[in-house]
Design a protein around this ligand. Sequence first.
Ligand code: ADP
Ligand code: MG
Length: 690
Amino acid sequence: MTQTRRKKGNNVTLSSPISLIEGLGPKRVEAFARLGVFTLEDMFFLMPRRYEDRRNPKPIASLMPGTTDCTTGTVSEIATSYGKTEAEITDSTGSAGIVWFTDKIGHFLHEGMRIAVYGQLSDRYIVPKFTHPEFEILKRGAIPELIGKIFPIYPGTAELTQKIIKKFVALTLDKYSEQCLKEFLPQRVLERYGMMSFREAITQIHGPSDELSFVKARNRLAFDEFFLLQAGVIMRRNSQDGQEKAQILVPGEKSGLFMRSLPFGLTGAQERACGEIIADMQKPKAMNRLLQGDVGSGKTIVAVIAMLAACDSNAQAAFMAPTEILAQQHYLKLEKLLAPLGLKVALLTGSLKTSARKRLLDEIYCGNVNIVVGTHAIFSEDVDFLNLALVIVDEQHRFGVLQRGALIAKGKMPHVLTMTATPIPRTLILSVYGDLEVSVLNELPPGRQKIRTISLKPSGFRKVPKMIHEHISRGEQVYWVCPMIDEGERDLASVNDTCERLREILPEARIAVLHGRLPVEEKSAVMQEFAAGNIDVLVATVVIEVGVDVPNATMIVIEDAGQFGLAQLHQLRGRVGRGKAASVCVLLENQDITPEGRERVNALVENSDGFELAEEDLRQRGAGEICGTHQHGVTDFRVADFLRDEKILALARDEAKELLERDPELRSEPALRSEIVRRLGGVLELAATS
Ligand code: ADP
Ligand code: MG
């Protein structure tokens, strides 16, 4: 047994399982797994939730009731009663009471012993009295464990007490830190910022010697995360630079025809974005641009103008949407706009029948189709384009940022325009996307009115049918969004229930339901009927969350609003306010809304600015979910925080840039290179060796 342990110990790495730690049996391994700790790396990076400063035990006389503190003293009295032990400790300044809710303490604690105590002082007494504190018998010549240092407090579980976690973290540090925590940052960087070594930083995080050491340790680890990501992003870009050049796309006859046929003028912001995009596409370097524009700012037209430049240059374009409903809607619109120009638009989704799909793939391959609209099915393996030169990715935050690899795998290097209504904070863009250019539509088409947003408590719910009635009697339309399709285990509003209820209350209204479980044909039929104005109230799940554009809809009711994320609520609200008429968004707070849910609802009521809401969202949810990189692990930082550590991010960026300019393949920094590949290789598609 010991022998196999030692053998394993010889090639222990950060990725080794924690089961090799001595004394960590299968049960504990499972318990740690529930904390997300599987490998030694996870153990090293198990970040304390907070710290307790137990460096300076206080004289008893200065202990304050109602606080948490530590002291030392001599046991002057001890008495045990059923289920309880009471004691008194004394030092030269005074004495304090202690109560433990167990009668076992008296077995080993006696009068005259010196002890250290850490815990809460009851606020029900004027004299200091500890309630069930931790304590330690102080032995002459031995270093106390309980006091005299800054104590880490870990995110524990019922099975894993602080004591157990601390024990195994300490064991891991003791046995494996020398072997596993080898320095990988360049010497120059370490020196320039007087940075702590990797090993020292991890050690200090689990037991800082003082405040400054903690800050230095934390900053070092945050720097690491930004620096490695930045360097990885730059390396990836370098490795792609040599690839096939993109086709030059220039607007021509069809673009001109289209612009003249538009029933409205472009907004200044749209003009600017189009200019930037067209300029990008006239360069041989593939465009990688993000178009950010709040819901309703008119991104689709900008995309159409870009696609027309591709068509005018005898190339194909693909327009990818996150849902079938949205793909369908885009298809119908584009078809209507572009068929008169003699362009062929096709819809390619996962639900196409085999024979129809085959026919369509042939057409795409021959180049008979100019523009393919679809879901991610566009990039299935069997889809081949004759000459794909431009890819538009709509509502990008639903896709994740790292799909360019899949596009490039198609054999060509298309220009890529991603569009999003969820503004991504600048710090995030810079670091995750590296080389991404950004265009912003910071202007809504003229005549739009601000959407009135209100929240209602259950007592106010009965106002809603009357409001709906007013809207539909003016010929306008209404969305009603519920979190569930059917009544389920959780007591949340469901589409089918709500529809029935509404039909009773509003017998005159034409009401339909829409959700993901309906057959595709039915979904698109309902959507078309709604768009045509033949449905007054559409009761739906979040399938309508993004992109759906029916300007005649002027009211949206969101039931159980606390259930939805902030970005999601903002998107949903953006379904209305798309036409000239005044619109309203009604948020229903159900009985058991959580405090966080209420916070989101309030944020939406108070704020109509997508950018500010996005920052709030980032604060509440973290970066990974926002830019869709969560499943890829790119922004799963353990230490760094995009908002709080903006300065460190900037430094890390500069350092990474400078280093990679000097040494694009990191030949002089093999340790750094392998750490980048180890942490990010999979997600950034970096090769292990150059
Ligand atoms: P989003 O940016 O949310 O994708 P859309 O592209 O769906 O917005 O546009 C919202 C609505 O605004 C559409 O009905 C579109 O036809 C209209 N629109 C776009 N640009 C203009 C403009 N410059 N003037 C007037 N209406 C516009
Ligand atoms: Mg859109």
